[in-house]
Ligand binder design. Sequence first.
Ligand SMILES: Nc1ncnc2c1ncn2[C@@H]1O[C@H](COP(=O)(O)OP(=O)(O)OP(=O)(O)O)[C@@H](O)[C@H]1O
Ligand SMILES: [Mg+2]
Length: 141
Amino acid sequence: MTKKIEVFIREEKFEEVKQALYDIGIVGMNVIEVHGHGRDGGVTLAWRTGTYKLDMLPRYQLNIILSDHNLERVLETVRKAAYTGQSGDGIIFVYDVVDVLRIRTNERGADALRYDDDIDERRKKEAKPVNGGQSGKVRNR
Ligand SMILES: Nc1ncnc2c1ncn2[C@@H]1O[C@H](COP(=O)(O)OP(=O)(O)OP(=O)(O)O)[C@@H](O)[C@H]1O
Ligand SMILES: [Mg+2]
C-alpha cells in the first residue's frame, strides 16, 4: 500500500529535483543533509604536497512516503531531474511502510497521505475534465 523512498542526490540538484516533484503533485517530503559515499568511496584530491582522500561527500537525502501506485512515476521523475551521467549522481532506496498516522486528525494509512492538489487529486481531475471531456463549445441546457 505504502512505500518510503530515500533519495540521495547531489546538493546542486536539490532545487531541480524538488521542483520536478512539486510539478507532478508530490507534497509531503523532508530533507536531511548527509555525508557519505557509494561505490567509489569518495574523491582523491591532488595537492602539490601530495594527495588527500575526501571519503564522505555532502549529499542531500530526500525522504518521501507515498502510495504504491505513484512509485514508478516518482522514481522516474527524480531520476531524470537528478541525472548528470557522472558517477556520484546518487541512489534511491525503496522500503515498505507499515502504517502512517497523522497526529492532528488521527487519520491512518492512505487517508493520512492525502494532500490538497496532490498527485492523486490531479490524476482524478485529468480523468474528469471540467467540460466532461468534450472539446469545443459545450451547448447550454
Ligand atoms: N549502500 C549505501 N548505503 C547507504 N547510503 C548509500 C549507499 N550507497 C550510496 N549511498 C549514499 O548515496 C550517496 C550517493 O552515492 P553515489 O551516487 O556515489 O552512488 P554510487 O552507487 O557510487 O553510484 P555512482 O557509480 O553513480 O557513483 C552517497 O554519498 C551516500 O550518501
Ligand atoms: Mg559513487
